[in-house]
Write a protein of this length. Sequence first.
Length: 385
Amino acid sequence: MDRLTNTIRPYAWGSTTAIPTLLGVEPTGEPQAEMWMGAHPGAPSRLERGAGGTTLADVIAADPEGELGAATVAKFGPRLPFLLKILAAGAPLSVQVHPDLTQAKEGFADEERRGVPIDAGHRNYKDANHKPELICALTPFDGLCGFRPPLEAAALLEGLGVDSLKPYADLLRAHPEEAALREVLTAVLTADRAEMARTVTEAAAAAERLGGPYAPYAGLVHEFPGDPGVIAAMLLNHVRLQPGEAMFLGAGIPHAYIDGLGVELMANSDNVLRCGLTPKHVDVPELLKVVNFEPSAPGIMRPEADGEEVYETPIDEFRLSRFLLAPGGAPQRLPDATPQILLCTAGAPKAGGLTLAPGESVFVPAGEKVELSGSGTVFRATVVI
């Protein structure tokens, strides 16, 4: 078992205080958006093995079966198939979707054939993997997830009293649900930019004035003035997670995180197609191939099992669970057939012989027996085999 040293990514949307507060350190004044725990090549965790230490990616590459276990390698290949993060949103992330596995493989292969540089700003597919993800709130956490029913979206747009939004509301009422949402999202993203900027400005002013169901959208224009993603966001369900609640985001589901601190677990991929609230490239035709236009209510998970509380998802590449350890409680023996990362978010629990502070994590190779004891909160990330 190895204590991990993890990279904090300074994306502009990150909170300046949430991760420092969790870690018990002074803020730097700069945004701290995500802390990555895993073996992703973009920022692999470091650990102390031998002189000078090394990365978790290098350790796994040197002995995949020894670190991951034969069953994990047979199912997922010689790599850690998940990436664990602490995510701290101080401003909205882009409205985005992720491809399914077939779309990712085909899109990646196509861009490779066309010679699109992997770091090009207009590149859509950074790898050939899908990117389902799960977010579990550590603080109250606001986000957007999945399309509202079209009639509900139409009523929301009409309620703003903005004349230029009326054609979109009419479209939402005039077609079958999925066709209506596809047509409206396409129209919003391909509208004349100057005209859309005026619409967004008027809509944001109305949202601020009206409050209530419009409150989550009112601040978006301040971060992204004139961005059509503000209107696209109003087609989505607003979700507020309370601490301990979680939300799963499968392929094609449009979503965005607005504010809050959470634990995020995902397949080991960087594939994102954006549809607004961003200065980055938006490839509308490719986006429309990937988006799932079926209206869907966000499924909020509230695990209630004793001992290991599991957040069930349909994904085998990752499995997230939580232990709430009470003083004097019986130690919790962990299964040892798969690799796992343990993350402390509260208290001072012990993982084997290591005491963890909030924000600290360890990598446990397959086959190593570990007990959790003491008091505090520990998240466990592993795979399903």
